[in-house]
Design a binder for this molecule. Structure first.
Ligand code: FMN
Length: 227
């Protein structure tokens, strides 16, 4: 039951990824509401193939930040070794963050009988997307902010540190805190990607345009960080 009018679109328009946080602690009831929002998320066959690890302990947070930083250093080394340029900056902004939500998934649940095997990885990713989106919207509605850090290279270290069983996957980490940064939304206008009754090829984004976007680190960084 909705007890007060909520303009959901306003919440969606206002939510942005945040990479500058205050140190202020988050009230426990806010943490519980964020978790409840995740609990409500839909998933394929209602398998709810996730766990959420809440990291508040200062020493564990410091360890997590260090391992995430090392993850970015590996990215940088890999990129420069292959002549590429990496658009993502460091994760120094997480030092102030009072709470991290580590998203954990069960790969075993991706084997739903009767499902077309080619759609399974898509379902798995979509499940987590719904979970995170629910949490993000609640985070924003509480005056808090977050961002995603996708986990790569250091999954095993994270599992070992937090006692996460090897059969599970650690897919992403959400730092959550009070924002020190507010940015205007940057999105394509509706008329550029919505098609009524038939696909209008005049709106198809050309290969040149896609290349320009994905292979231009400065433009990517501008899109991601706004600077
Ligand atoms: C699936 C997914 C993965 C993302 N991965 C990262 C990431 O690893 N690091 C990061 O700083 N931002 C990450 N982001 C945040 C995006 O850069 C951000 O959502 C996008 O630029 C749109 O900006 P907004 O969230 O402020 O509206 C990710 C977002 C999504 C949905």
């Amino acid at each position: 039951m909705i007890t007060a009018p909520v303009d959901l679109l306003e919440i969606m328009e206002g939510r942005r990824s945040c990479r500058a946080f205050k140190e202020d602690p988050i009230p426990e009831e806010h943490i519980q509401r964020i978790l409840e929002a995740g609990r409500c998320a839909p998933s394929g066959s209602n398998m709810q193939p996730w766990d959420i690890l809440v990291v508040r302990d200062p020493e564990k947070r410091a360890w997590l930040i260090e391992i995430l930083e090392s993850m970015i250093r590996i990215d940088w080394a890999n990129e420069t070794a292959t002549g590429g340029t990496f658009a993502f900056g460091g994760l120094g902004y997480t030092r102030n963050v009072p709470v991290f939500f580590v998203i954990i998934t069960y790969p075993r649940f991706s084997k739903i009988s009767g499902q077309n095997s080619t759609s399974i990885p898509i379902i798995q990713r979509q499940n987590v997307g719904h979970l995170v989106q629910n949490m993000w919207l609640m985070i924003h509605s509480l005056g808090l902010a977050s961002v995603i850090t996708m986990i790569r290279h250091v999954e095993n270290e994270i599992k070992e540190c937090f006692g996460i069983p090897g059969e599970l996957e650690v897919t992403q980490v959400l730092p959550v805190g009070y924002p020190r940064q507010f940015r205007a939304k940057s999105r394509r206008p509706l008329q550029s990607f919505v098609h009524y009754d038939r696909y209008h090829t005049s709106k198809l984004r050309s290969e040149e345009l896609i290349q320009e976007i994905i292979s231009n680190p400065k433009k990517l960084a501008l899109e991601i960080y706004g600077t």
